[in-house]
Write a protein that binds this ligand. Structure first.
Ligand code: FAD
Length: 435
């Protein structure tokens, strides 16, 4: 009896590959509804931009590779429409049935507001699949649009806006909430807005889009529209099979990535994981988590005992070359999660001034009661990824700000200043905690 994996991208293939390593004889079948597997959705905006020339460059492995090199039976065009756990089988749209002993659900998530009036018009796009990106690129080349509206200021919306602006379009982003990058953080949103404006992109927040008209959205004239909002986990077949969903609406899992049905695992954008700052379930769909949680699901499904501890919600996005990196919680989010937050915000040079240092903004948030760090953000053209990764490590290891301030970090003028901006922020935060 086989291990069956539903979904053939980050989580599904990480799971299948890991299961193969654990058990060289296990029969493994991957069922993917689309025409391709193993592609990097994260690279789609750079294909739209033109930096990635061939869309095939975004595909890491083919089904043939998995068949030949890993002895994994990967089937494309295989859409699962139902799971019958009592019978231990999945039902495909074609009517075929595939029996399983263990099942991994890695069906990802979807977005794009398909029920919005006008969403099916030919100048309206999403940016989730290779087909989406190819269609958008073709439209740019053949129709030469002059202006675009992007709905949603999450990182996909912002990356799409950056890519379209670099193609010469006038771009306006419309966002329903008051925030950019899905973070309740007025300072971060102001910085994103400033950087977008410097490059000719307008960000309008608090705009609820109720329909798309052929030549405008919410009063903003445009030749094309990108829908980058309404992201939700693909859980319908799981829920119909009696698999429990968590508070976010994604599939509830334990630290082995197992669901409430024994022998059925879930990982990636369709599943919840534990937030290590709160200890509670969370849904932050990212490729980093999909790969790691997928590996654990695959190992456990193949009989090993591994666990996925959880995440702290770390991400980074480039907006016209400026890195916007966040981890854990903003002050407002920390308060909403029940912490009593103190915050420090500083601006410092990324390197010594005599070595062309550029301004870097750092925010650190700690809980007043425990002095533990619970969040942070870094904004800068230089070194933002490395700095947020240090803060993320501190969150993951439950470090107190007093320990963080003592970190032994590298220093040499071509890379960093003697007092790294994150340590300056920690010193400032310690002062705030006294106040
Ligand atoms: P997916 O990649 O969505 O794969 C799920 C697969 O399951 C799909 O191929 C789908 O066709 C298939 N499927 C669904 N239902 C069925 C069914 N019933 N039967 C058969 N097959 C089914 N993450 C980062 O960490 N950093 C980034 O910079 C980043 N940039 C991104 C940029 C863009 C434009 C996008 C769209 C995403 C980005 N991500 C990024 C997110 C990352 O791509 C996802 O988190 C990751 O792909 C999730 O992997 P997954 O395997 O869970 O789901």
């Amino acid at each position: 009896m086989a291990l069956v994996v539903v979904g053939g991208v980050a989580a599904g293939l990480s799971a299948a590959a890991r299961a193969r390593r654990i058990d060289p004889r296990l029969e493994i079948v991957v069922l993917e509804q689309g025409p391709v597997i193993s592609y990097g959705a994260c690279g789609l905006p750079y294909f739209v931009e033109g930096r990635v020339r061939e869309i095939a460059e975004l595909i890491a492995y083919t089904p043939e590779y998995f068949r030949k090199e890993r002895n994994i039976d990967v089937r494309t065009g295989a859409r699962v429409i139902a799971i019958s756990h009592p019978r231990r089988e999945v039902v495909l749209e074609s009517g075929a049935k595939v029996a399983y002993e263990k099942l991994i659900i890695a069906t990802g998530a979807r977005g794009g507001m398909p029920n919005l009036p006008g969403a099916q018009l030919p100048h309206v796009f999403t940016l989730y699949t290779l087909d989406d990106a190819a269609r958008m690129r073709r439209f740019l080349r053949e129709r030469r649009p002059k202006s675009a509206v992007v709905v949603g200021a999450g990182y996909i919306g912002v990356e799409a806006a950056d890519a379209l602006r670099r193609n010469g379009l006038r771009v306006t982003i419309l966002e329903r909430s008051a925030h950019a990058l899905l973070r309740d953080d007025a300072g971060l949103t102001a910085a994103v807005r400033k950087q977008l404006e410097r490059h000719g992109v307008e960000l309008r927040t608090g705009v609820v889009v109720t329909a798309i008209e052929p030549d405008r959205v919410a009063g903003v004239p445009c030749d094309m529209v990108v829908l980058a909002a309404g992201f939700q986990p693909n859980v319908e077949i799981a829920a119909a099979a009696g698999i429990e969903l968590g508070p976010s609406g994604a599939i509830r899992t334990d630290d082995r990535m197992e669901t409430n049905l024994r022998g059925v695992f879930a990982a990636g954008d369709c599943a919840e994981v534990t937030h290590l700052v709160t200890g509670r379930p969370t849904w932050i769909p990212l490729g980093t988590t999909a790969n790691k949680a997928g590996r654990v699901a695959g190992a456990c499904a193949a009989g090993a005992r591994e666990r996925f501890a959880g995440i702290v919600g770390t991400s980074i996005v480039s907006v016209f070359g400026m890195g916007f990196a966040t981890t854990g919680f903003s002050v407002a989010q920390a308060r909403a999660e029940g912490f009593s937050p103190a915050v420090a915000r500083i601006e410092a040079n990324s390197r010594p001034r005599y070595y062309q240092g550029v301004k870097t903004m750092v925010e650190l948030v700690a809980d007043r009661t425990t002095r533990r760090l619970v969040g942070g953000s870094v904004i800068g053209e230089d070194g933002a990824a490395g700095r947020i990764d240090v803060i993320a490590t501190a969150l993951q290891t439950r470090m107190r700000v007093d320990e963080f301030e003592q970190l032994d970090l590298a220093y040499s003028p071509p890379f960093t200043p003697v007092w790294d901006p994150i340590l300056i922020a920690a010193q400032q935060l310690i002062k705030e905690l006294v106040a």
